[in-house]
Design a protein around this ligand. Structure first.
Ligand code: ADP
Length: 424
């Protein structure tokens, strides 16, 4: 198998978003958790998104991990690699966008890299090199107060120049609107003048397609899911293929199904209430879950009696006042972490008992579950709700397994039923 596209994402949720975007655009895509082992067996696919947690770590570490990911992707035949960053260009003067870009560019011998975080359908546009978040420049958006990387400059040419060892150019909207040949000419001119990267403007979706087409002439690009969409559309157009089927991802696995909820969001609380009407629901005692392992054992005993009879839901979720009370007693992080661990214990026990279809509500909760189950990666399938696809685990010792992992606020009121309907 030769990959058409390799991607390195600097955080996990960004990777999921990109993998979903590529899939919707017609590329069969696997998202891996970290750099995979050399012997990871993959189905027939077009793209791999390697998820790293490198956005806010020390720059030298981010470079080392990204290089390792690039080596793996190139080894699987990826000619083009996208370094996926946040659409709000989250970074500091120390990095990590510039240092990682410089290292990957040196590794692949490319002269100039196209860079754009634009994703017009989510309100991220770039004009004259300035990033807009909705209707305001980046430095007037809530990102100016971000705890880890406050963004005080909306001019990305300047922002990236402070992070990179090379000169940073600009490819203006006027050039982008003139199309692929005009952009190609500008890229060649900037490369000849010694620029190592260029911020490229994009205001409309069609700009992303122009950028994607030109980027594919090269070995590396940097951007958010928007440029991913442009690359995917250019690749699909070049292959002359209709949208890929998700049949491989969606093939039935059978066996017992279970749902876990650790999110305390309004949306998830409503979804749990709806689930009560159609399946048994166990509400964990959150205080007991913080205190020790007995609560998870109790939940697994409860589940064991129901496994053969149909799906069920185990929830730690509670209303804001009860969450606040627990946090006041044990501390916010300690309480959250202990409950995530309890959920991971339960997920592990359920899989040992034969569960092969697992729906998880809550971003951190999902992360804890996936880590515990040591799932190397996922093939992305059909969407249950916007932004929440069915995932088929790849490379697990347990064999075929389907998961749905959702952030608290995602999905409609019947989310659990909607998920189970697709996960056969
Ligand atoms: P979301 O996607 O809604 O943010 P997460 O799973 O990311 O959901 O975060 C929810 C956090 O709340 C987790 O750390 C989880 O362990 C914690 N949590 C779950 N139930 C409770 C509870 N009853 N009291 C306090 N914290 C809880």
């Amino acid at each position: 198998m030769t990959l058409k596209l390799g991607c390195i994402a600097d955080d996990y949720t960004g990777a999921s978003d990109l993998a979903n975007t590529l899939t919707r655009a017609g590329l069969r895509t696997v998202q891996t958790i970290g750099v995979p082992s050399d012997d990871l067996a993959l189905p027939q696919i077009d793209a791999v998104v390697v998820s790293l947690k490198s956005r806010s770590i020390e720059a030298s570490l981010a470079v080392a991990r990204s290089r390792e990911a690039e080596k793996w992707l190139r080894g699987r035949g990826a000619r083009h690699v996208l370094f996926k960053i946040c659409s709000t260009f989250d970074s500091t003067d120390k990095g990590n966008i510039g240092p990682v870009m410089d290292a990957l560019r040196d590794d692949c011998g490319e002269k100039l890299v196209l860079v754009t975080p634009a994703f017009p359908e989510t309100g991220r546009t770039v004009y004259q090199g300035n990033l807009f978040v909705g209707s305001v420049p980046l430095n007037e958006s809530p990102l100016k107060d971000h705890p880890l990387n406050p963004m005080h400059d909306s001019n990305l040419v300047r922002v990236l120049a402070r992070q990179s060892k090379t000169r940073i150019g600009l490819i203006e909207f006027a050039t982008v609107t003139r199309g692929v040949d005009a952009v190609r000419a500008r890229v060649a001119a900037l490369a000849a003048d010694g620029f190592g990267a260029a911020i490229i403007d994009a205001v409309f979706d069609r700009d992303l397609e122009t950028i994607g087409t030109v980027a594919l002439d090269h070995r590396l690009s940097v951007g958010a899911s928007g440029i991913g969409l442009g690359l995917a559309r250019a690749l699909v157009a070049a292959s002359g293929r209709q949208n890929a089927s998700h049949a491989d991802a969606m093939a039935a696995v059978g066996g017992p199904a279970a749902c876990l909820a650790g999110s305390c969001s309004q949306a998830t609380l409503g979804q749990i209430a709806k689930a009560e009407a159609i399946m048994p629901v166990l509400h964990l005692d959150p205080e007991q879950a913080v205190k020790g392992k007995d609560e998870a054992r109790r939940a697994l005993a409860w589940a064991g009696e129901r496994l053969a009879k149909g799906p069920f839901l185990i929830a730690s979720s509670a209303t804001p006042d009860r969450v606040a009370a627990l946090q006041a007693r044990y501390g916010r992080d300690a309480a959250g972490h202990a409950i995530e661990e309890a959920m991971a214990d339960i997920a592990e026990g359920l899989v040992q008992a034969g569960v092969r279809r697992l729906v998880v509500a809550g971003g951190e909760t999902s992360g804890a579950v996936v880590d515990r189950l040591r799932i190397p990666g996922f093939l992305v399938g059909d969407e249950i709700a916007a932004g929440v696809p069915v995932l088929r685990a790849v490379g697990t010792k347990e064999g075929a397994m389907l998961l749905a992992l959702k952030s608290g606020n995602f999905g409609g009121p019947e989310f659990f039923a909607d998920a189970l309907r697709l996960m056969r």
